[in-house]
Ligand binder design. Structure first.
Ligand code: HEC
Ligand code: HEC
Length: 363
């Protein structure tokens, strides 16, 4: 009897929450249908540019804790801009760079839109209409709950540890309060982000949402003035310098301190920035050449000298650079290394970077 009663109660709780979802939200049709040809190109672009971190199956968490690009809740609540924006402009300060040509990325506007539509199509869920009204809550209480419940994964200051940087200005500028609340309530299916509905009270969830929103500092699309890319005759830094002799960790990794010392001593090397080119435009180690992880090595390789120390880096801190260096090793390059700390580690240690933007040229 007791068992039956609890089953009935839990059934009605489940039914209750289902009706709440259905009643609360109006659904919307998918944003747009692609032609088979457009879908094919979009899929190719996805595999070429995104699968390194987000995974071949869009499952996420392959590198850099890149989020799932198939979870139902993301695509239910996602207006196309929730996907298009990060894809186009990236999330400043995270390994997610911008892929739109306007900021120095490899994709055209039409390609970024089509990849957005393709991701919605693949997710195959009904979109729901979320209100754009602010969510009100007690910011201070929200901050306390955040530290208790969320900081282990998302970071004390929302900087992201094993989970997205919730304090990221570019994310906060585009994700509405309801989008954030929906993610907290429903979690992200098949990822470490669980559903907090029923775990925290509605009021607590509203408080946390209001707290996160209070961190938004605004963000503007900036169209950088793109710097022209180095040509092969400029690949080698300090062509007349001595060769560095790095001692490599695991036969692959050079420490930031050693690389900085070699650069200060004006030693001869080629430095490859293996991130999407748009972030090279924003900031890179001086003298580095973009060789993004998706570049066609068949074309690039004839310009890459074999007798010089090659060092590759990314922000990942190492996934993209490892990917490129391993491909070069397979082609017989022997003097290769990957920067252990990645470029964010390099910057945290206070070593210099230069901007691509010609308004801020320091080199
Ligand atoms: C070098 C690794 C890397 C690559 C390559 C990459 N991403 Fe990301 N992406 C990330 C990370 C890390 C985040 C989370 C950033 C943060 O902390 O907010 C992210 C976030 C996103 C988001 C936001 C998702 C959400 O839940 O808010 C979208 C959309 C996205 N990426 C799409 C793409 C697409 C499309 C491509 C290919 C064109 C791509 N990414 C390539 C690492 C990557
Ligand atoms: C066990 C680790 C963990 C904890 C604890 C956690 N999260 Fe998450 N969270 C994640 C991961 C991982 C993701 C990315 C999931 C994915 O792949 O889409 C995420 C995603 C999110 C997103 C979606 C971000 C976006 O741009 O799409 C929000 C919002 C969020 N979490 C809020 C919270 C809040 C608020 C709490 C505390 C109540 C919390 N999370 C607790 C791991 C965690």
């Amino acid at each position: 009897m007791i068992k039956l009663l609890t089953t009935l109660i839990s059934l009605s709780v489940i039914l209750g929450s289902l009706t709440v979802i259905a009643q609360d939200y109006e659904t919307m049709p998918p944003p747009r249908k692609l032609t088979p040809e457009q879908a094919k190109v979009a899929e190719q672009n996805y595999q070429k540019y995104c699968s390194l971190c987000h995974g071949k199956e869009r499952q996420g968490h392959v590198n850099d804790h890149a989020p799932s690009l198939k979870s139902a809740s993301l695509f239910q609540s996602g207006v196309p801009h929730a996907i298009l924006r990060p894809m186009s402009y990236g999330r400043t300060g995270t390994p997610m760079g911008g892929y739109l040509d306007e900021v120095g990325g490899p994709m055209t506007l039409a390609e970024t839109w089509n990849l957005t539509y393709w991701l919605f199509e693949q997710a195959g869920v009904d979109r729901i209409k979320l209100s754009t009204n602010p969510v009100h809550g007690d910011i201070q209480k929200g901050a306390q709950s955040y530290q208790k419940e969320c900081a282990t994964c998302h970071g004390k200051n929302g900087e992201g540890i094993t989970a997205p940087a919730l304090g990221n200005p570019s994310a906060l500028a585009h994700n509405t309060d309801e989008f954030i609340r929906y993610a907290i309530r429903h979690g992200r299916q098949n990822t470490p982000m669980k559903a907090y509905q029923g775990v925290l009270t509605d009021q607590e969830i509203d408080n946390i949402t209001a707290f996160l929103r209070s961190k938004a500092s605004g963000w503007q699309d900036t169209k950088p003035i793109l710097k022209s890319l180095p040509t092969p005759e400029n690949y080698v830094i300090n062509p007349k310098g001595a060769d560095p002799s790095f001692s490599l960790k695991d036969n692959q990794y050079v420490m930031a301190e050693d690389l900085n010392e070699a650069l200060e001593k004006k030693q001869r090397m080629v430095l490859f920035d293996t991130r999407v080119t748009s972030v090279w435009q924003t900031a890179h180690i001086k003298g580095s050449v973009p060789l993004p992880y998706y570049a066609d090595l068949d074309i690039m390789v004839e310009d890459i000298p074999t007798d010089v120390q090659i060092v590759a880096y990314c922000s990942c801190p190492r996934a993209a650079a490892d990917h490129v260096i391993n491909k070069l090793k397979n082609r017989g390059y022997t003097r290769t290394a990957v920067l252990w700390e990645g470029i964010f580690g390099w910057m945290h240690l206070g070593y210099p970077v230069t901007r691509g933007d010609i308004n801020n040229l320091t080199d």
